[in-house]
Design a binder for this molecule. Structure first.
Ligand code: GEK
Length: 253
C-alpha cells in the first residue's frame, strides 16, 4: 500500500476585511482551499460522503454508471469508487462548471484513484446529455441553481436513472418554524467558530453567498422528488441545517 502525503491548505479567504464583497464564485482561490473550507463549514459533510460509498455498494451493479453532479474536487466520487473496488467496468462521470475545480479534481483523482477511469466533464448539469445510470450524487449543488431550474433538472435526472436506481441529494435547508430556523442557523455559526473561523470571516462569507445559495424547506425537496416521479424518498440524515435525501426510482428501496 502506498501512502500519499497530502498538504491541506487552510481556508482564509474571508479572513481580512473586504471593502466590496464580490459574490461567491468557484474560482481558483476557492478550489485551492476547498477541502478545508467544506469540512470546516458543512456539518455532516464527512458522514454524508462516507455513506455515499455505502449507498453506492447497494445500488450500483457491475458495468453500472454514476454521475457526481457539482463534483468540485471529486470527494463524493472518491468515496464511491473506494467502495466499488470489487466491481469491473463502472463508469463515473464527475461534472462541474468550474474549470479550476475540474483541473484540481483531475490531479487529485489521478493520485488517489489511478486504477479507475473517471470522466471529468466541464459542463452545466442543467443541460448535460445524461446517459442511463444507476446512481446520481448531487451533494450541495442544487442549492446553487435558480429555484426555477430545480424541478426541470430533477425531472431529467429521474428520466436518466434506470429502474431501481438511486439519487443522493444533500442540501443546506431552512425550517418553517422561525425559532427552529434561527436556532439552527446560529448553531451553525457556532460550529464554524468552533472550527476556527472568526466572526468577520463568517459574516463576510454569509454576505458573499447571499444571492448565490438559496435554501429551501425539507418538505419542498421531498415534494419535488415525488413530482419528478420518485416512488420513494427519505430524509436519511440531518445535522443542524444540513440534510441529505435518498430517493429511489421504482422497485424495492
Ligand atoms: C462534494 N459535491 O465535495 N453545473 C455544474 N456544476 C455546478 C453548477 C452547475 N450548474 N452550479 C454549481 N456547480 C461536492 C461539493 S460544492 C458545494 C459541491 C459547496 C458546482 C460548483 O462549481 C461547485 O464546485 C459545486 O457545484 C458546489 O461532495 O461549495 O458548498
Amino acid at each position: 500500500m502506498t501512502t500519499s502525503k497530502k498538504r491541506v491548505r487552510r481556508d482564509a479567504l474571508f479572513a481580512h476585511p473586504q471593502d466590496e464583497l464580490a459574490s461567491f464564485s468557484f474560482d481558483e482561490e476557492v478550489a485551492r482551499v476547498f477541502p478545508d473550507m467544506i469540512k470546516r463549514s458543512v456539518p455532516g459533510y464527512s458522514q454524508i460522503l462516507g455513506m455515499a460509498g455505502v449507498i453506492a455498494r447497494r445500488y450500483v451493479p457491475e458495468g453500472g454508471r454514476i454521475y457526481d453532479l457539482g463534483a468540485s474536487l471529486g470527494a463524493s466520487t472518491l468515496s464511491v469508487a473506494q467502495q466499488l473496488d470489487h466491481l469491473e467496468r463502472v463508469q463515473i462521470h464527475a461534472v462541474d462548471t468550474s474549470e479550476a475545480m475540474n483541473e484540481r479534481c483531475r490531479q487529485l483523482l489521478d493520485q488517489e484513484l489511478p486504477q479507475r477511469e473517471v470522466e471529468i466533464q466541464c459542463a452545466d448539469i442543467r443541460t448535460l446529455d445524461y446517459q442511463p445510470c444507476d446512481l446520481i450524487l448531487i451533494n450541495f449543488t442544487l442549492q446553487f441553481l435558480p429555484l426555477a431550474d430545480r424541478q426541470p433538472l430533477l425531472d431529467r435526472l429521474f428520466a436518466a436513472l434506470r429502474p431501481g436506481g438511486a439519487l443522493l441529494l444533500s442540501e443546506k435547508i431552512h425550517f418553517e418554524d422561525s425559532r427552529q430556523s434561527q436556532l439552527l442557523y446560529e448553531l451553525h455559526h457556532d460550529f464554524k467558530r468552533a472550527n476556527g473561523y472568526s466572526d468577520m470571516e463568517i459574516s463576510q462569507k454569509r454576505t458573499a453567498l447571499e444571492d448565490v445559495l438559496r435554501t429551501e424547506l425539507a418538505s419542498t425537496h421531498l415534494e419535488r422528488l415525488e413530482k419528478a416521479g420518485f416512488d420513494f424518498a427519505t430524509q436519511w440524515f440531518q445535522y443542524l441545517n444540513f440534510t441529505s435525501f435518498l430517493a429511489i426510482k421504482g422497485g424495492e428501496a
